[in-house]
Design a protein around this ligand. Sequence first.
Ligand code: FAD
Ligand code: HEM
Length: 388
Amino acid sequence: MGLDDREALEVLRAALDPENGSDALVREFYTRWFAIDTSARELFPPDMTGQRTAFAAALTYFLGEVIAQRADEPVAFLAQLGRDHRKYGVTQAHYDTMRQALGNSMRTHFADRWDTRLADAARDVVDLMIGIMRGAADAEKGPAYRDGTVVEHIRATRDVSVIRLQLDKPLYYHPGQYVTVQVPQWPRRWRFLSPSIPADRSGALEFHVRSVTGGMVSRAIVEETAPGDRWRVSSPHGAMHVDRDAGDVLMVAGSTGLAPLRTLIMDLTRYGVNPRVHLFYGGTFPCDLYDLPTLWQVASTNPWLSVTPVSEFATNPPWAGDYPDPEPPRGLHVRQSGTLPDVVTRYGNWGDRQILVCGGPAMVEATVAALVAKGADPDRIQHDPLTG
Ligand SMILES: Cc1cc2nc3c(=O)[nH]c(=O)nc-3n(C[C@H](O)[C@H](O)[C@H](O)COP(=O)(O)OP(=O)(O)OC[C@H]3O[C@@H](n4cnc5c(N)ncnc54)[C@H](O)[C@@H]3O)c2cc1C
Ligand code: HEM
């Protein structure tokens, strides 16, 4: 029966699903795996909480798709995961020890419920997942990552840095996509960042990074990055895009959420005719709107682009003078005071627009909720995943 045994697959799924609140099986698996393969342990961060949830969620999703007898999306998902895993230094031998540890953990976990049906289903599903991931990784001829050197670090505001890199070889990504990045201050702690310029043939790359409270990697980037640092960049993901044939566009950017929207805008400047794009760009204080001068320049030569600066407070804090003045010459819309969801919905319901929202998770959720409540079509709202 194996992969056709829906009942057995359901039992496995129920034991793995993080939504059921128990991660006993996954915990058991990692303990066994690391006991028989210390080289696998070395690839993971010390705290495995997030990893256990991500792994269990991937298995639960895949089991659900097999039960529903769907193939295309789960296979594409695992193939991408396999290609992405190359950047961690995963080898074929790791997959072998993993298969062994996962099989033994399931047998122990189910104890007296373990029978041939469960054993067959577990073996077949694990073999299938590993087969897809390994196969895709082997078939991928491109490099697992690109290395690059930091050439410039601009402290744009108290908590935002603009980092410019020169990659050894160019990296291709679509405008609006995000990539994973590893910095020398925190080896093996990959984080998502969104390039703030379109892919460049000479290998130039730029990121806008905000130091989040209690943030491990973002804080190190903003406080410690220096020219000469070597960064590693990998795996473009995401599908945020502007459909040039689907009508006018509303963009809402909170702080460094501007990065992918700025890339999309820069990409649009290649065309003579575009849909109208209205960008609301928000921060806490006026001085947080660090990229207004660039936006002003782009808007002044591209009549399809309007930019409305938004800040929660109308005046700057005393430390604003320590950073570059982001006030552009006249020409943009007058700066509005308030939060992004409030200000954006004050202008209307935007029901006729394709909408792209980008920023911290709380800002994205609040803005999307406010827009939908005002009448925007949820199917026409795009945003990136809210967590990494
Ligand atoms: C698709 C995507 C694209 C991203 N693009 C960018 C980008 O271009 N520029 C950029 O600066 N960041 C971006 N991020 C966020 C980035 O990947 C990190 O999550 C962020 O820098 C925090 O990492 P950290 O190691 O400093 O924090 P961690 O040590 O991982 O977390 C510390 C604390 O900060 C909280 N936290 C994590 N992320 C955020 C956040 N975004 N806002 C507020 N609190 C947070 C966590 O919940 C936790 O409590 C993106 C995230 C995603 C999912
Ligand atoms: C069925 C096979 C596997 C599945 C479904 C799986 C799933 C996942 C998922 C969902 C993530 C988080 C998303 C990501 O960062 O890409 C992840 C991360 C990771 N996986 Fe796997 N994985 C598998 C096999 C392996 C193997 C064989 C190794 C070898 C050591 C491995 C090592 C890692 C590492 C090092 C990370 C990053 C952890 C971090 O930095 O936080 N995985 N895996």
